[in-house]
Design a protein around this ligand. Structure first.
Ligand code: SF4
Ligand code: SF4
Length: 435
């Protein structure tokens, strides 16, 4: 590609604007270092900003994330590139990394947009809203979600018909279809990788019927249904809009399952399912919630008590392995499962099934470096050279890993890991200071 690259210089590059990347960027910036934070999405906050409440405290996720995200956005030492990608990182010397960064056009000048939503109302194109996990639609001119940061419209150019309706109504004339992709060459002295994780795609297990049976949803879809910024005002099953009476959770969907290439425990699925079950019992007091599990792994601080609390609230726990999910004509679902305690095969009917999908690595991180330079573990997470002694150090001196880029983990552990990565990065910067 023969694009012109603009040159930038910072002390640190943080790749990923989720909770781990944000925390690492803040720690570096508060120590006086200049940070470039690169996020691939249209908003900071990663997956956490889209969650309902967090376990085991049931604190509001957005109430924790949004002040932190605003602090990052307002920090004088942090420059943020959203909708941007780091395509290559090369270590030139101990104190010098070069990174290629591509910034996609938003087609809206963020600084002039007032988030009035007039463009959304005028836009005739409707597509699946990825921020609401496809449960509702959105326009091609849209504000990603109500607590997005930056809170500004964006144009989804792949679905836009260039009809111009949004431009005509925009009171600040900030929609600009002439914006182009920008290319940067970045020089930094250290790098923190906080590229996060991907959720397991349940289409890989066809016998669970995701994508075929309308009332089989993923845990992220349920997360949106119970979040304060949710798409509906109550819990609905997507097939017919009925409020469900009997909801089933299928734990370990795509975790601890070598047949789908993910034999590892995803660490968070038991607990987020127990959290959702408790929230559902609050939202739908008459509903039955059943959790089908292989083992409940409630290993963290307060987790076992949280699990016992769910039992006390009446959540039904069945030690059972699901063989197949079939759909009845009325949209209800029949779960065929092995009752592990009794050693017999049983069937149960539910109105709605939630697949507690597991955690997979984010493959983009390995592609940023030259072949084999950044060591990955067998599951394609970033490997730590000294897992017990310095868990945020990678195989490249000066490159540190934060949060779920290195392994599945929950929110407190991600924040701890980001603290460790930023401390290591600060120590590296001090040790490699130019005289
Ligand atoms: S130009 Fe594109 S984004 Fe704007 S209203 Fe038309 S379809 Fe929607
Ligand atoms: S782009 Fe214009 S019309 Fe759309 S939200 Fe921003 S200011 Fe309002």
């Amino acid at each position: 590609m023969n694009e012109e690259r603009k040159m930038l210089h910072y002390d640190a590059l943080v790749v990923g604007g989720g909770i781990a990347g944000g925390e690492a960027a803040l720690n570096l910036a508060n120590t006086g270092y200049k940070v470039l934070l690169v996020e691939k999405d249209r908003s900071l906050g990663g997956k956490m900003i889209l969650l309902s409440k967090v376990f085991p405290t049931l604190d509001c996720s957005a109430c924790i994330t949004t002040p932190k995200v605003s602090e990052i956005a307002r920090h004088k030492n942090i420059t943020i590139f959203t909708e941007s990608e780091v395509t290559a990182i090369v270590k030139k010397s101990e104190n010098d990394f070069t990174a290629q960064v591509t910034k996609k056009p938003r087609y809206v000048r963020v600084e002039d947009c007032t988030a009035c939503q007039l463009c959304e109302k005028a836009c005739p194109v409707s597509v699946r809203d990825e921020y609401q996990s496809g449960l509702i639609g959105r326009k091609a001119a849209f504000i990603p979600f109500s607590i997005a940061n930056p809170k500004a419209a964006a144009i989804d150019i792949e679905n836009c018909t260039l009809c111009g309706a949004c431009e005509k109504v925009c009171p600040t004339h900030c929609i600009d279809f002439t914006m182009e992709t920008e290319y940067y060459e970045l020089h930094v002295r250290t790098v923190v990788l906080a590229t996060g994780f991907n959720l397991f795609d349940p289409l890989q297990i066809p016998r669970y019927g995701y994508g075929q049976h309308k009332n089989v949803i993923t845990s992220m879809q349920m997360e949106r249904e119970i979040a304060p910024t949710r798409p509906y005002n109550t819990i609905l099953r997507p097939g017919d809009g009925k409020v469900p009476d009997r909801i089933a959770y299928v734990l370990c969907t795509g975790s601890r399952d070598a047949t789908v290439g993910n034999p590892i425990c995803s660490q968070i699925c038991c607990m987020y399912s127990i959290k959702q079950a408790q929230l559902l019992m609050g939202a739908l007091p008459m509903a039955d919630v059943t959790i089908y599990y292989i083992n409940i792994r409630s290993f963290g601080k307060g987790f076992e008590e949280f699990y016992q609390q769910a039992k006390g609230m009446g959540v039904n726990f069945v030690k059972g392995k699901i063989g197949k999910i079939t759909e009845k004509e009325n949209g209800n679902l029949i779960l065929r499962y092995e009752d592990i305690n009794e050693g017999v095969v049983k069937e149960a009917e539910h109105d709605m099934v939630v697949l507690s999908v597991g955690v997979k690595s984010n493959p983009t991180v390995g592609k940023m470096f030259g072949r084999g330079e950044l060591k990955l573990d067998p599951f394609h997470f970033v490997a730590q050279d000294d897992l017990l002694g310095s868990p945020s150090k990678t195989s490249i001196d000066g490159v540190f890993v934060a949060g779920t880029a290195s392994a599945p983990m929950d929110i407190p552990d991600s924040i701890l890991s980001a603290g460790s990565a930023s401390s290591e990065a600060i120590s590296y910067l001090i040790q490699h200071q130019e005289p």
